[in-house]
Design a binder for this molecule. Sequence first.
Ligand code: ITT
Length: 191
Amino acid sequence: MKIVFATHNQHKKEEAAAILGSQWELLALPDIGCLTEIPETADTLMGNAIQKAQYVFQHYHTNCFADDTGLEIEALGGRPGVYSARYAGEGCSYNDNVQKVLREMQGLTNRKACFKTVVTLILDGREYYFEGRVDGQMLTEPRGTAGFGYDPIFLPDGYDQSFAEMDASLKNSISHRGRAMRKLVEFLNNR
Ligand code: ITT
């Protein structure tokens, strides 16, 4: 069956596709010809996830889901949080964001952080929510080249590899998005 993931982020699409499995044909926004940057103006992850999913449902009349993810760093009062994508400013790169976090955390001993993902599904016009979280520590310098975003500076609890040093399947098995996505898949497969 076909389902649209309301994202332009190819990394997210690949992570989701690995979890959804082959019975679902996963299409991201570029695949349905949606090149618009969907507004994300809410001040919560859930608000933004709803905004993205509703945009696709209203414009393309299709079953879809969206994910909004934030990195919450305890010593920074929960920042970058809902502002994770453009933390270092409009048009910034992943590395700009990583460097800004490292600068702000210089000298801080409390390195506790977590990633949170909220997935909103719109199925036959009804909305459903799934959440995932992973706790860990912020590193003092980037490690690894896999993944995306803040992966090189996030060390999940219980592991000695950063997310960017792990292969995709290990990251998916413990990550915020992996956890939320598995709840989504369980729901889809059991309805
Ligand atoms: P879409 O809105 O098109 O889905 P996005 O990249 O803007 O893509 P989010 O708003 O959900 O996605 O994510 C905010 C930022 O958080 C994202 O740009 C990354 O920098 C970071 N991020 C999200 N998921 C991550 C992950 O699994 N590992 C590391 N960083 C992640």
